[in-house]
Structures are given as C-alpha cells and as structure tokens.
Design a protein around this ligand. Structure first.
Ligand code: NAP
Length: 284
C-alpha cells in the first residue's frame, strides 16, 4: 500500500505557480483572482477562505465579494460583467451552490471564458471535450496530477469513474480518455457496480457517500483516488472510500483529508496563472 500525499503534490504545484507569478511580477504583470460568495453557507465560507489563503501563498491578489443571500440574479450578473472588464482581475470564481432564486447556469454563462478559472463555462467544457484546452477542470486535473505521482501510465489501463456530475465525473472521464485509458463511467443506475469496479486498474470515486467503496469492490494493486468530502457517523471528515478497509488491498490510495482536496485549490491557482498569461499574451 502506498498513500498518495496530496498535500505534498499540491505544495509542489503551488511552488511552481509562485515562481512563475514572481517572474511575471518582475515584468510588471500582477495576477488577481476575484472570489464571489453569495449568502453565508459555512462550507462555502471555508472553501472561499482556503482559496484566498492559497492566493496569498502563491503571490496573487484576491478580491473577495461577499454578497448577502438576498442578492438578486441581476445584481450578481452586473458584478460578473464588471469583473469581466476589470484588468486587475484575471480569474473569476463564483462559489457554488448559489441561493435557489439564482440560476447558476446563467451566472456561469456570463463569466468571460478567458477568466473562467473553474472551467465550468460551456465554451471551456467544449474545449475539454475535444482535448484542446487552456483551463482544466480543477478537481479532475488535480486527480490527474495524483495519478501521475504514482508513476503509473494511464495509457491502456482500465479506468473506472464512479459518478457522472458535470463538475467531477464527466470531465474526469474525458481527461482519462485523453490519456488513452479505457474508461467506464458508472452512476446510480449501474447494475452490479462492484463487478465493474473490480476490473479497474485506476478507480476514481466521486459519489458523495461516506465510505461507499469497500475492499471487496477494488482490484488488488489498483490506484484508488477518492474525491469525496463527506462526514462519517461521528461528523468527522471522510471520503467516499473506506480508507481503512481498502488501504492494504490498493496499490496506491489517496487519504481524506490530504488527498484530492488540496489539489483542487492548487489547480485553481494554476488556472489563474494560465488566465493571466493568456490575457497578457505571454503563454508558453
Ligand atoms: P454529485 O453531483 O452528487 O454526483 C454524485 C454522482 O454519484 C452521481 O452521478 C450519482 O449518480 C452517483 N451515485 C450516487 N449514488 C450512487 C450509487 N449508489 N452507485 C453509483 N453511483 C452513484 O456529486 P459531485 O459534485 O460529483 O461530488 C462527489 C463528491 O466529491 C462529494 O463528496 C463532493 O463533496 C466531493 N467533491 C470534492 C471536491 C474536492 O475538491 N475534493 C470537489 C468537488 C466535489 P446519478 O447521476 O445517477 O444520480
């Protein structure tokens, strides 16, 4: 059993981003990320604080817009339009979920694709589909870095993704496919899920159910990546994979916390750097 250390890999990604950000600063190019939060959801507040902290770590400026839950869709769209035009803002992140009276798709569609560092805009989703992209979706991109860390080649491997959300499962499947994995996407209607997951050389789990994947569902020696951020019976943070049950059987496994979570934020920093480079005409 090998534990893949997301904290270590994310620190390396952030350190690379910081070095590039410093080089840009020396040329007079600063980097800024606008983070918009609507309402007072405690989980969203934690995510936003972590993103602001990461900005400080890599030398970006962060601009927080904390709006009340009563904000109208029109007011939010006005803010997005203002941020689209603001030269100091290279990336725009609107923390989801939004209050029920706001149409999330309308807001995502209003963000300029060049500043869409979450890669949720349909234009960027289309680029990911055809494999010609600037912004990678942060969580799946973080998973790819963690798989790379194992040294295991994806090409030709049987890859199984549990979950088909637009944020994780679907783009995850695309990134594995672009690396020539043989990819199966499973979901709540999949018949006999364990028989499918037991075939996986690489298993990525994004279900949103605490300790859902148990040792009998994995192939001996498999790479098991746990995207889940759940609470166990004692209210403690845990993943979608029963880590204690699976850790001896898996070849490589990510813990929760300390696996995919830190990678998502590191990849957001990388996307913001990429956005700044594109906007200033200095991409590699
Ligand atoms: P989601 O939108 O709720 O999607 C869950 C997926 O799991 C759906 O596709 C669903 O299938 C499938 N599913 C549910 N029950 C199943 C079952 N019994 N068997 C097989 N598939 C089943 O969730 P998400 O946004 O993708 O997030 C998944 C997890 O990742 C959550 O714990 C979330 O907190 C976490 N997450 C973590 C990060 C991070 O940075 N670490 C980022 C994003 C999300 P159907 O489509 O058929 O309903």
């Amino acid at each position: 059993m090998n534990i893949i250390d997301g904290k270590k890999v994310s620190a390396r990604v952030k350190s690379d981003v910081r070095a590039e950000a410093e080089a840009l600063k020396a040329k007079g190019i600063g980097i800024g990320l606008a983070v918009v939060i609507v309402g007072d959801d405690p989980a969203s507040r934690v995510y936003v604080n972590n993103k602001k902290k990461a900005c400080a770590e890599v030398g970006f400026e962060s601009f927080e817009y904390a709006l009340p839950a009563s904000t109208t869709q029109e007011e939010l769209l006005d803010l997005v339009s203002k941020l689209n035009k603001d030269d100091k803002v290279n990336g725009i992140l609107v923390q989801l979920p939004l209050p029920k009276h706001i149409d999330e798709n309308a807001v995502i569609n209003a963000i300029s694709p060049d500043k869409d560092v979450d890669a949720f805009h349909p234009q960027n989703v289309g680029h990911i589909m055809i494999g010609d992209f600037s912004f990678l979706p942060c969580t799946p991109a973080g998973v790819m870095e963690l798989i790379a860390e194992t040294g295991i080649e994806i090409s030709g491997k049987k890859c199984v993704v549990i979950g088909r959300s637009n944020i994780v499962g679907k783009p995850m499947a695309m990134l594995l496919l672009h690396k020539s994995g043989t990819v199966t996407v499973t979901h709540s209607r999949t018949v006999d899920l364990p028989s499918v997951t037991r075939e996986a050389d690489i298993l990525v789990v994004a279900v949103g159910k605490a300790k859902f994947v148990t040792a009998d569902m994995i192939k001996p020696g498999a790479v098991v990546i746990d995207v889940g951020m759940d609470r166990d019976e004692n209210g403690k943070l845990c993943g979608d994979v029963d880590f204690e049950d699976c850790k001896e059987k898996a070849g490589y496994i990510t813990p929760v916390p300390g696996g995919v979570g830190p990678m998502t934020i590191a990849m957001l920093m990388r996307n913001t750097l990429t956005a700044a480079k594109i906007q200033n005409g200095c991409q590699d």
